[in-house]
Design a protein around this ligand. Structure first.
Ligand SMILES: [Zn+2]
Ligand SMILES: [Zn+2]
Ligand SMILES: [Zn+2]
Length: 445
């Protein structure tokens, strides 16, 4: 199977994709009754003899043009669940709906940017703070700027609970799953209903996105909505209010936990959400509007763990941990993942595979089935629109779908790579350096 990348420049990059997959092959459209070949598309006549297909990644760090398409689709999907559209009735805007943030607990003091009323505050001031066993005074009176490299770094790396941080990341998806189950039960109890009666009267819908804090832990932002029994098209019961939903979220968040087992070099732990919980109603006017929430969720759906200073790829056995181009805080998380990955009792957490994500192996963006439309539907609608446009322009034959057979024959022919934005920025900044003083010329001069 050919896997060599085709040189960039000989093929198109659809939608500006930096890393399209290249296919070689053909599509035959045949009359189902007579066997007559009605139309044939072949890649032979394409530039380079291949058809480039956009990578469609969600990650802005890998392919910004494709991630932008993903962001816009996610925005549409999230907003439809808040105000209707894309097949969701506009009456959904009247259903109780909140935006909540579930955080991680503390794993030790870290440098932080603190502000109040627009005024910078000291990071971690402790007048009578003693020194830790490693001789580090547990206080920091600096007023860190928002772009300070120290943000998220622990005051003492040797005291910081990297084990807890990594295990929390690894168990966060399970913690979320238990939270949604407990939330349904709590809502039923508050409404004075059995679980069965609750299901007959209401349906809980959500869309959530994971975000990394600089300190290296994930937390979840979620839109949580109460519908009638079949979802957004049915009106919720009178007992379903914002207050009831907000109270139930607080109770459920406090109630759930995940246990991790004891093992050699590891004590058993109980993992739970942090104390900080922020739940506010989503409205069409005011502070937290549908468009603000949709934009926020869509933005974080295209990100991963970049802000923690970790790697954008999996760690391999060939990697030397000390030589990885990562922040020390991230390096310690990665080292802890690799250490814990050797414990058979933690096999199910797949910590070696997710070490570069500091232990988190869950999905960044998920939603319940009835929340809204799907990304697949949005993509299919777009493809259908493009096909109709091409047919109207005479670029594609308008064949009868009921009587035409489509026979495809595709082969993978590699990928075509353009420099990523990061590489382009690096090249530009190198080019901006004065060429005297030993800086090598980045070009061919
Ligand atoms: Zn792409
Ligand atoms: Zn500090
Ligand atoms: Zn210490």
């Amino acid at each position: 199977m050919p896997t060599d990348p085709t040189p960039a420049g000989t093929v198109r990059h659809p939608g500006g994709c930096l890393q399209p997959v290249l296919l070689r092959g053909r599509v035959d459209q045949i009359d189902g009754a007579t066997g007559e070949l009605l139309h044939r598309y072949t890649t032979v006549h394409e530039p380079g003899g291949v058809l480039p297909i956009a990578c469609k990644t969600r990650r802005a760090s890998r392919c910004p043009p494709c991630a932008e398409v993903y962001r816009v689709d996610t925005y549409q999907l999230i907003r439809a669940g808040l105000i209707g559209g894309k097949g969701i009735p506009v009456t959904v805007a009247q259903h109780p709906c909140v935006f909540t943030t579930l955080t991680a607990p503390s794993f030790g003091p870290v440098h932080a940017c603190r502000e109040r009323d627009g005024k910078a505050l000291a990071c971690h001031p402790r007048r009578n703070a003693g020194a830790c066993p490693h001789g580090v005074r547990m206080s920091c009176t600096q007023k860190h700027a928002r772009d300070d490299d120290q943000l998220g770094e622990s005051l003492c790396p040797d005291c910081y609970d990297y084990t807890g941080s990594v295990l929390f990341n690894a168990c966060a998806p399970e913690l979320w799953r238990r939270f949604t189950i407990t939330l349904r039960r709590t809502l039923a109890r508050q409404a004075g209903l059995t679980s069965k009666a609750f299901t007959a009267q209401a349906r809980l819908s959500y869309a959530k996105v994971a975000e990394y804090q600089r300190r290296g832990v994930v937390y979840f932002h979620a839109i949580i909505r109460l519908d009638g029994p079949t979802g957004p098209a049915t009106t919720p019961s009178a007992w379903a209010t914002h207050t009831l939903l907000t109270d139930a979220i607080a109770q459920a968040a406090r109630a759930v936990h995940v246990e991790t087992p004891a093992a050699p070099g590891l004590t058993a732990r109980t993992l739970a959400w942090g104390r900080e919980l922020d739940t506010r109603p989503v409205t069409t006017t005011g502070d937290l509007t549908d468009s603000k929430v949709a934009a926020y969720v869509a933005k974080y759906a295209t990100k991963a763990a970049e802000c923690t200073g970790t790697l954008d790829r999996r760690i391999t056995p060939a990697d030397q941990l000390g030589e990885l181009p990562v922040r020390d805080h991230a390096r310690r998380h990665i080292a802890e993942c690799l250490r814990l990955a050797k414990l058979p009792d933690l096999d199910h957490l797949h910590l070696a595979a997710w070490a570069h994500m500091l232990g988190f192996g869950g999905h960044f963006s998920t939603k319940s089935r009835a929340y809204s439309t799907t990304l697949g539907t949005l993509r299919a609608d777009r493809a259908a629109h493009q096909r109709e446009t091409a047919q109207a322009a005479g670029l594609l034959p308008d064949l009868d779908g009921d009587t035409t057979l489509t026979v495809t024959d595709w082969h993978y022919a590699g990928r075509s790579y353009l420099p990523s934005i990061t590489e382009l920025t690096a090249i530009e900044s190198r080019a901006a350096l004065p060429l005297t003083g030993g800086a090598p010329c980045p070009g061919s001069c």
